[in-house]
Design a protein around this ligand. Structure first.
Ligand code: FES
Length: 142
Protein backbone atom coordinates (compact mmCIF):
# COMPACT_ATOMS: atom_id res chain seq x y z
CA UNK A 1 0.00 0.00 0.00
CA UNK A 2 1.36 3.41 -0.92
CA UNK A 3 0.66 6.28 1.44
CA UNK A 4 1.18 9.94 0.62
CA UNK A 5 3.77 12.01 2.50
CA UNK A 6 0.92 13.86 4.21
CA UNK A 7 -0.58 10.64 5.55
CA UNK A 8 2.77 9.48 6.87
CA UNK A 9 3.45 12.89 8.42
CA UNK A 10 0.06 13.04 10.15
CA UNK A 11 0.44 9.48 11.35
CA UNK A 12 3.96 9.99 12.71
CA UNK A 13 3.21 13.37 14.31
CA UNK A 14 -0.54 13.63 14.76
CA UNK A 15 -1.85 17.05 15.75
CA UNK A 16 -4.46 17.69 18.45
CA UNK A 17 -4.07 14.37 20.24
CA UNK A 18 -5.56 14.15 23.71
CA UNK A 19 -8.65 15.05 25.67
CA UNK A 20 -10.31 18.34 26.58
CA UNK A 21 -11.40 18.69 30.16
CA UNK A 22 -14.92 20.08 30.44
CA UNK A 23 -15.46 19.60 26.72
CA UNK A 24 -18.71 21.03 25.34
CA UNK A 25 -19.23 18.04 23.07
CA UNK A 26 -17.75 14.56 22.96
CA UNK A 27 -18.25 12.17 20.09
CA UNK A 28 -17.35 8.54 19.81
CA UNK A 29 -17.68 6.40 16.73
CA UNK A 30 -16.46 2.97 15.88
CA UNK A 31 -16.12 0.77 12.88
CA UNK A 32 -17.58 -2.57 13.78
CA UNK A 33 -15.63 -4.43 11.10
CA UNK A 34 -12.13 -3.38 12.06
CA UNK A 35 -12.96 -2.54 15.69
CA UNK A 36 -11.28 0.85 15.52
CA UNK A 37 -12.61 3.64 17.73
CA UNK A 38 -12.33 7.40 17.41
CA UNK A 39 -13.19 9.81 20.18
CA UNK A 40 -13.41 13.56 19.60
CA UNK A 41 -13.64 16.43 22.11
CA UNK A 42 -14.81 19.94 21.24
CA UNK A 43 -14.63 23.27 23.04
CA UNK A 44 -17.27 25.52 21.52
CA UNK A 45 -17.92 29.17 22.17
CA UNK A 46 -20.34 31.40 20.26
CA UNK A 47 -20.74 28.68 17.62
CA UNK A 48 -16.99 28.55 17.01
CA UNK A 49 -14.88 25.47 17.58
CA UNK A 50 -12.21 26.99 19.77
CA UNK A 51 -10.41 23.75 20.46
CA UNK A 52 -10.57 20.16 19.36
CA UNK A 53 -8.71 17.06 20.45
CA UNK A 54 -8.99 13.40 19.60
CA UNK A 55 -8.04 9.94 20.70
CA UNK A 56 -8.02 7.22 18.09
CA UNK A 57 -7.55 3.58 18.85
CA UNK A 58 -7.09 2.47 15.33
CA UNK A 59 -5.08 2.08 12.21
CA UNK A 60 -2.56 4.57 10.88
CA UNK A 61 -4.97 5.98 8.33
CA UNK A 62 -7.56 6.56 11.06
CA UNK A 63 -4.98 8.46 13.11
CA UNK A 64 -3.88 10.52 10.09
CA UNK A 65 -7.47 11.36 9.15
CA UNK A 66 -8.31 12.36 12.74
CA UNK A 67 -5.27 14.61 12.84
CA UNK A 68 -6.08 16.42 9.59
CA UNK A 69 -9.83 16.58 10.32
CA UNK A 70 -9.22 18.30 13.67
CA UNK A 71 -6.92 20.80 11.96
CA UNK A 72 -9.59 21.48 9.35
CA UNK A 73 -12.33 22.32 11.86
CA UNK A 74 -10.30 24.19 14.47
CA UNK A 75 -11.36 27.84 14.64
CA UNK A 76 -14.26 27.19 12.28
CA UNK A 77 -17.96 27.64 12.91
CA UNK A 78 -20.17 24.64 13.69
CA UNK A 79 -21.80 25.05 10.26
CA UNK A 80 -18.45 24.86 8.51
CA UNK A 81 -17.41 21.84 10.58
CA UNK A 82 -20.63 20.05 9.64
CA UNK A 83 -19.73 20.50 5.98
CA UNK A 84 -16.50 18.57 6.43
CA UNK A 85 -16.77 15.47 4.30
CA UNK A 86 -14.58 12.42 4.33
CA UNK A 87 -13.76 13.30 0.71
CA UNK A 88 -12.32 16.65 1.79
CA UNK A 89 -10.30 14.84 4.46
CA UNK A 90 -8.91 12.39 1.88
CA UNK A 91 -8.06 15.28 -0.47
CA UNK A 92 -6.27 17.16 2.31
CA UNK A 93 -4.14 14.06 2.83
CA UNK A 94 -3.33 13.88 -0.90
CA UNK A 95 -5.33 10.70 -1.16
CA UNK A 96 -5.71 7.39 0.64
CA UNK A 97 -5.51 3.86 -0.74
CA UNK A 98 -9.01 2.64 -1.67
CA UNK A 99 -9.06 0.06 1.11
CA UNK A 100 -8.46 2.85 3.64
CA UNK A 101 -11.11 5.33 2.53
CA UNK A 102 -13.51 4.00 5.17
CA UNK A 103 -11.09 5.21 7.85
CA UNK A 104 -11.73 8.80 6.72
CA UNK A 105 -15.47 8.20 7.07
CA UNK A 106 -14.82 7.60 10.75
CA UNK A 107 -13.21 11.07 11.04
CA UNK A 108 -16.23 12.78 9.44
CA UNK A 109 -18.58 10.88 11.73
CA UNK A 110 -16.54 11.62 14.85
CA UNK A 111 -16.84 15.36 14.19
CA UNK A 112 -20.59 15.06 13.61
CA UNK A 113 -21.05 12.89 16.67
CA UNK A 114 -19.25 15.44 18.89
CA UNK A 115 -21.37 18.28 17.48
CA UNK A 116 -24.53 16.19 18.03
CA UNK A 117 -23.47 15.70 21.66
CA UNK A 118 -22.95 19.47 21.98
CA UNK A 119 -26.53 20.11 20.83
CA UNK A 120 -27.93 17.40 23.11
CA UNK A 121 -26.26 19.08 26.08
CA UNK A 122 -28.05 22.32 25.11
CA UNK A 123 -31.35 20.44 25.07
CA UNK A 124 -31.56 20.68 21.28
CA UNK A 125 -32.44 17.68 19.13
CA UNK A 126 -29.34 17.26 16.93
CA UNK A 127 -30.91 15.08 14.24
CA UNK A 128 -32.45 17.92 12.11
CA UNK A 129 -29.11 19.79 12.25
CA UNK A 130 -26.50 17.07 12.14
CA UNK A 131 -28.51 14.23 10.60
CA UNK A 132 -28.35 10.59 11.59
CA UNK A 133 -24.84 9.47 12.34
CA UNK A 134 -23.92 6.12 10.96
CA UNK A 135 -21.35 4.77 13.30
CA UNK A 136 -21.02 1.60 11.36
CA UNK A 137 -19.31 0.49 8.22
CA UNK A 138 -21.19 1.68 5.16
CA UNK A 139 -20.19 -1.22 2.99
CA UNK A 140 -16.76 0.06 2.07
CA UNK A 141 -15.02 -2.14 4.60
CA UNK A 142 -13.03 -5.12 3.58
FE1 FES B 1 -10.27 0.59 10.92
FE2 FES B 1 -8.79 2.15 9.44
S1 FES B 1 -10.38 2.72 10.76
S2 FES B 1 -8.82 -0.02 9.42
Amino acid sequence: MIYSEKVLENFANPLNVGEIENADGIGEVGNEKCGDIMKMYLKIQNNIIEDVKFKTFGCGAAIATSSIATEMIKGKSIDQALKLTNKAVVEALDGLPAAKVHCSVLAEQAVKSAIADYYKRQGVDPVPIVGEIEDHCDGQCN
